[in-house]
Design a binder for this molecule. Structure first.
Ligand code: XUL
Ligand code: CO
Length: 440
């Protein structure tokens, strides 16, 4: 028996591009083989718990717009509400046919009066999830701890000036890794919520960096201690909620990881909207992670290009998504990672059906972008161009400049002796953009 939240909709079918049924997939066929693998196994879609089931539809100027049967104004018993929420969530996951979901502790369990009560509530819901996972075949892409909403974290979690807040945050992360491990989660995410600062006048930057470095090392040590097989992921974001966030972008996170000897232990979960806030493109962040060997997973939700804040919209720009998936394919594709929609409805989208339509659209756009990227990758017109562009570096004189054979004065002698006088060569950007356009 279902909750009836989605009426009689229990399964979204694949009907192909010509179908006019908007409650069907037009481009995402999980069984379609692309580059020798099923689309479902390439894309590894995940639905997030927080925006879909915990967010009431508020913005800085207005409160709740959504009416959901599990919200506190409809049920006062927190655990009963959490279970109804879980029932509806798993009905939606199943209807969409996504293999994965993600959650923060605070999305899924009622807030207790202290740490012990929070842990007890979380464990009760994890029991419930365990049962639902085995009934539905759903898997957990990642778990995480919400270390930013409660007022105790207003000055940061790991970077808090008060060691008791650090301790509370560390203890909470322990319970969330335990929960993720029990549920067979494939990753554990650390988004640095309030790890940043508002004003230097009250902030010791060097100390906060040390605290954060130790915190992440504690997480990695615990992962190995309990034998958690998943990947630890940091999610970069440049600002919001604090003015300056320490995990600004992929390159900044990599520097942090190197500084704290974590570069072989931690990878990145890259979000499109966060890339835009950092003044980058999504594909830049993905390419950077690929180049540094720390690519992990993605949050495929876009930002509005005109607003300077995190709008978490469902993706719908296929040409941009094709470039993003091209970088993901180049980085080797997903291993433990996947395509999570950390996306929320617009607050006027009140109908239960809107939750389905939003994900159908996002998944269809991903499928189109991915297929274009795969075709681009397989034809290799772009990669062959890049290979040829750097071909000069395989000549022996060139190699000596990089392998330590030549010093600066040796290079000067070589330039003089061979009368080196390079001819500029076209970068061919328009030609390459036209090549991309053939696949869209
Ligand atoms: C915040 C954000 C988070 C993380 C998980 O901008 O993206 O929801 O994805 O904490
Ligand atoms: Co995110």
């Amino acid at each position: 028996m279902t909750t009836g939240f989605f009426g009689d909709i229990t399964k979204i079918p694949f009907e192909g591009a010509d179908s006019q049924n908007m409650l069907a997939f037009h481009h995402y066929d999980p069984d379609e083989i692309v580059m020798g693998k099923r689309m479902e196994d390439h894309l590894r879609f995940a639905v997030c718990y927080w925006h879909n089931f915990a967010w009431p539809g508020g913005d800085p100027f207005g409160g709740q717009t959504f009416d959901r049967p599990w919200f506190p104004d409809r049920i006062s018993d927190g655990m009963q509400a959490a279970k109804l929420k879980a029932d509806v969530a798993f009905e939606m996951f199943t209807a969409l046919g996504v293999p994965f979901y993600c959650f923060h502790d605070a999305d899924v369990r009622p807030e207790g009066s202290n740490f012990a009560e929070n842990t007890k509530n979380l464990n009760e819901i994890v029991d419930y999830f365990e049962q639902k996972q085995s009934e539905t075949g759903m898997k957990l892409l990642w778990g995480t701890a919400n270390l930013f909403s409660n007022r105790r974290f207003m000055s940061g979690a790991a970077t808090n000036p008060d060691p008791d807040v650090f301790a509370y945050a560390a203890a909470t992360v322990k319970t969330c890794i335990d929960a993720t491990n029990r549920l067979g989660g494939e990753n554990y995410v650390l988004w640095g919520g309030r790890e940043g600062y508002e004003t230097l006048l009250n902030t010791d930057l060097a100390r906060e960096d040390q605290q954060l470095g130790r915190f992440i090392n504690l997480v990695v040590e615990y992962k190995h201690k309990i034998g958690f097989k998943g990947t630890i992921l940091i999610e970069p974001k440049p600002q919001e909620p604090t003015k300056h966030q320490y995990d600004y972008d992929v390159a900044t996170v990599y520097g942090f990881l190197r500084r704290h000897c974590l570069e072989n232990e931690v990878r990145v979960n890259i979000e499109q909207g966060h890339a835009i806030l950092a003044g980058h493109s999504f594909e830049h962040e993905l390419a950077m992670a690929g180049a540094l060997g720390i690519f992990g997973s993605i949050d495929m939700n876009r930002n509005d290009y005109q607003s300077g804040w995190d709008t978490d919209q469902f993706p719908n720009n296929v040409p941009e998504m094709a470039l993003a998936f091209y970088e993901i394919i180049k980085a080797g594709g997903f291993t433990t990672g996947g395509t999570n929609f950390d996306a929320k409805l617009r607050r006027q989208s009140l109908d239960p059906e809107d939750l389905l339509l939003a994900h159908i659209g996002g998944m269809d756009c991903c499928a189109r972008g991915f297929k274009a990227a795969a075709a681009m990758y397989e034809e290799a017109a772009l990669s062959n161009f890049v290979k040829d562009r750097y071909a000069g570096w395989s000549n022996p004189e060139a190699m000596k400049m990089l392998d330590g054979t030549y010093s600066l004065d040796d290079i000067a002698a070589y330039v003089e002796a061979a009368d080196v006088n390079p001819d500029p060569v076209s970068g061919k950007q328009e030609y390459l953009e036209n090549v991309v356009n053939r696949f869209l």
